[in-house]
Design a binder for this molecule. Structure first.
Ligand code: Q46
Ligand code: ZN
Length: 285
């Protein structure tokens, strides 16, 4: 198959009705991100952005798009201390920082007195999420960043939505807004890739040969819901994109004004409890 410019195609999509080569695809991808950011007011051109990168393909694609769109941003990586996975991830984000010529900030979880491997094995991903959210928010606020940008894809958003609806946490849909404004000690959060798919991100990083690690975290769960989401997309083209747009609309209808926040009596950060989840993790040591 050939691109409209005549070169060999690397991407074909029935949803967008396009067939594109490497060069045309990267422009097309960046334009898609630009369109989402504009339509949903996800980022402002005046903002200083902290872009969270794991070393995987999705956050690499996000960093590339932010660079191409001319945003003022730095990279942020949490070294989780998970053996080879963390070593490979760190190597990838260091290379990415060089390739994009963007400053990289690294925070080591072990500096806070524990590593992910110390968490209860069945709850390791939940502990990891708590630690990453805590560290990125605190780092961003203390260093004067206006917004934290994460590379959640449409699959992540749909997965989170399904799981929370199934457990009855309907109000949590508010957390799926493409942009959540800052409040109290919480910095604004942005998801510029919420309409993008993992495949679109993979094609971008592979076709541009951007640094990323294909090494999977040893704790990554086999999620049957992800497979179901892929199956639906196969049977109903455009499902993911339409569904996340619906979630974005729904998320705006959830009232969050009455949500009450406390402050952790140990670290002072925003918390649902007397002691925040991150300090609880640390204290279990
Ligand atoms: S890094 Fe952390 Fe993921 Fe590994 S421990 Fe689970 S959550 S799987 S994004
Ligand atoms: Zn705390």
């Amino acid at each position: 198959m050939k691109c409209r410019c005549g070169k060999r195609a690397v991407f074909h999509s029935k949803v967008y009705r396009v067939t594109l080569c490497e060069d045309c695809y990267s422009k097309f991808y960046v334009n898609l991100v630009k369109r989402s950011v504009k339509r949903y007011g996800i980022l402002k051109s005046s903002e200083k952005i902290l872009a969270c990168v794991s070393g995987g393909k999705d956050s690499t694609a996000m960093a590339y798009a932010l660079k191409e769109l001319g945003y003022n941003f730095e990279l942020f990586h949490v070294d989780l201390g998970i053996d080879d996975y963390s070593k490979e991830s760190l190597k990838a984000v260091e290379e990415l920082s060089q390739v994009l010529d963007v400053n990289l900030n690294v925070v080591k979880l072990s500096d806070y007195g524990f590593t992910i491997k110390d968490a209860n094995r069945r709850k390791v991903c939940s502990a990891c999420g708590i630690a990453k959210r805590y560290l990125m928010n605190r780092f961003a606020r203390e260093r004067g960043f206006d917004v934290v940008s994460t590379a959640h894809t449409s699959e992540d958003i749909i997965l989170f939505f399904i799981k929370n609806v199934l457990s009855g946490n309907v109000e949590y849909v508010a957390k799926l807004r493409p942009r959540i404004e800052g409040h109290d000690r919480l910095v604004a959060k942005a998801k510029p890739l919420f309409e993008r798919t993992e495949k679109e991100n993979a094609v971008l990083v592979l076709s541009l040969n951007l640094p990323f690690t294909p090494v999977e975290c040893p704790f990554a769960p086999q999620d049957v819901w992800k497979e179901i989401i892929y199956d639906i997309e196969l049977r109903k083209r455009g499902f993911k994109q339409n569904f996340v747009r619906g979630i974005a609309k729904l998320s705006e209808s959830v009232e969050t004004e009455s949500w009450e926040f406390k402050h952790c009596k140990i670290c002072g950060e925003v918390s649902n409890d007397e002691v925040c989840s991150f300090c609880k993790l640390r204290l279990k040591r």
